[in-house]
Unconditional design. Structure first.
Length: 145
């Protein structure tokens, strides 16, 4: 299993995985929107995507949307990565692939100077994230506008 950063030729697979993750929504007309997003965001480096590649087949992904907040004492650069689109093909579940993939990605983000990663986790995935050092936060609110 090869763990690597995604390249533009991976975009069709990233789109398919995104559609599966959003299967509860009507996303049938979103292919071009997804394609444009992945293409532009990978190009301008506002998105970092890592994939698990099993002999040329992408079997798992994790995406990090990068944004910069005002610096803080615990994060002087202000850069934050929001982890999203964690997906593994069902036949590859329960093999530790996501843990290894996220660990590789975290090492790479550290090299880039990013010291904070945020994510929203399902209850089922929380133990895996906790085993990687993530801690549950509080005081988060949102509004759709």
């Amino acid at each position: 299993m090869l763990f690597r950063k995604a390249i533009t030729t991976d975009i069709p697979q990233l789109i398919e995985f995104r559609k599966i993750l959003l299967s509860h929504e009507d996303n049938s007309s979103m292919d071009e929107t997804f394609r444009n997003y992945f293409d532009s965001s990978l190009s301008d480096k506002s998105l970092v995507v890592w994939v698990a590649d099993d002999d040329g087949v992408v079997v798992s992904t994790v995406c990090f949307c990068l944004c910069r907040f005002a610096p803080r004492f615990d994060n002087p650069s202000g850069w934050v990565a929001y982890m999203t689109n964690v997906f593994t093909i069902p036949n590859y579940h329960r093999q530790g692939i996501v843990s290894k993939l996220v660990s590789e990605a975290i090492d790479d983000l550290k090299v880039q100077g990013i010291r904070k990663i945020l994510l929203h986790s399902s209850d089922m995935a929380k133990p895996m994230y906790e085993s990687l050092g993530f801690v549950e936060g509080k005081n988060f609110m949102s509004i759709n506008i």
